[in-house]
Design a protein around this ligand. Structure first.
Ligand code: PEP
Ligand code: MN
Length: 337
């Protein structure tokens, strides 16, 4: 971090600032020009409040040289992190597919979809038991009963389960879930993230609908700084001015985030587009952009789905997509695990 001091400031005030920086355990590189002084901070600046420094009267400008996320940063962990969920791997050369309905609706529905997506090549089963809906009058999910159905489907199919947590008060009920999903709307629910940081369990962290990549990585940092290093990032589209799609899939985020961090990055083309016919092209595009996996909503009867029917593909469409993906994966040096 580099702090440029305004012209002609009193020595005493500059000294106060440098003493404060040193009290944070950082080293200083001071350079005094004719009128202007520049202070270089040496060491881990992730704990320095950049806005606070910027607001000081004597400060002209502050530039961060090093990213504020340390655990998630590839600079300190050059190798890809590989996350193993009961033998299903995410990251490195592995490509993983999570598939299933938006919401758990019944045991019969979940099990029949689970069997179909497993047969087609999916490694993990998704399904929302607690649903974050825009309207309080919409279906809110089967909650704890839904979790039981997912566990039954895991028993029947052997597929690990991925499901969304909405509040830390339910953490005990999620301890038996294989991957805990943090949805877009909760990406900055810091109390929830801190609690998840205490677990030894993979967390699927979706990007918030209006969040920058840095904010997303700082949310990963909340989980990792608590000791839980198993974070899978999921790009699910961001809100833009475009209205023809539900969100705008930020494809460029995939290679960029993989450059910045060692964590696996997967894509959810279902929420990113909101349209079932765009799920296939966006899935293939995500593979081309270097994604480590996909999370896709599949429903046996999309027209009657209780949640997100317009973006759900059928098991038949899912199977056809898997075969196209199999053609593409060798081109990007990825294998299914
Ligand atoms: C979901 O995966 O069911 C979901 C609600 O996604 P998002 O948080 O990305 O909207
Ligand atoms: Mn959904």
């Amino acid at each position: 971090m580099i702090i440029v001091i305004k012209d002609n400031q009193e020595k005493k005030q500059i000294e106060n600032l440098t003493n404060w920086i040193k009290s944070l355990g950082l080293g200083i590189h001071f350079s005094q020009g004719e009128k202007t002084a520049v202070i270089g901070l040496i060491g881990d600046t992730s704990k320095v409040d950049i806005d606070l420094v910027r607001s000081l009267d004597i400060v002209e400008s502050v530039t961060r040289i090093q990213e504020p996320y340390k655990n998630a940063n590839r600079k300190f962990h050059p190798d890809d992190t590989i996350i193993d969920v009961s033998g299903r791997k995410f990251g490195g050369k592995y490509f993983q597919v999570i598939a299933g309905p938006c919401a758990v609706e019944s045991e019969e529905q979940v099990i029949s979809i689970a069997e179909a997506v497993k047969e087609a090549g999916a490694g993990l089963l998704r399904g929302g038991a607690f649903k974050p809906r825009t309207s309080p009058y919409s279906f809110q999910g089967m909650k704890l009963d839904g979790l039981e159905i997912l566990k039954k489907a895991r028993e029947e199919t052997g597929m690990p389960i991925v499901t969304e947590i909405m509040s830390e008060k339910y953490i005990d009920a999620f301890l038996d879930v294989d991957v805990i999903q943090v949805g877009a709307r909760n990406m900055q629910n810091f109390e929830l993230l801190k609690e998840l940081g205490k677990l030894k369990k993979p967390i699927l962290l979706k990007r918030g609908l209006a969040n920058t990549i840095e904010e997303w990585l700082m949310s990963a940092e909340y989980i990792m700084s608590g000791g839980n290093m198993e974070v899978i990032l999921c790009e699910r589209g961001i809100r833009t001015f475009e209205t023809y799609t539900r969100n705008t899939l930020d494809l460029s985020a995939i290679p960029l985030v993989k450059e910045k961090t060692h964590l696996p990055v997967i894509v959810d083309p279902s929420h990113a587009s909101g349209l079932s016919r765009l799920v296939e092209p966006m899935s293939l595009a995500s593979i081309g952009a270097g994604a480590d996996g996909l999370m896709i909503e599949v429903h046996n009867n999309p027209a009657c789905a209780l949640c997100d029917g317009p973006q759900a593909i059928t098991p038949e469409q899912f199977l056809a997509l898997q075969r196209k993906m199999d053609v593409m994966l060798p081109l990007v040096n990825k294998i299914r695990s």
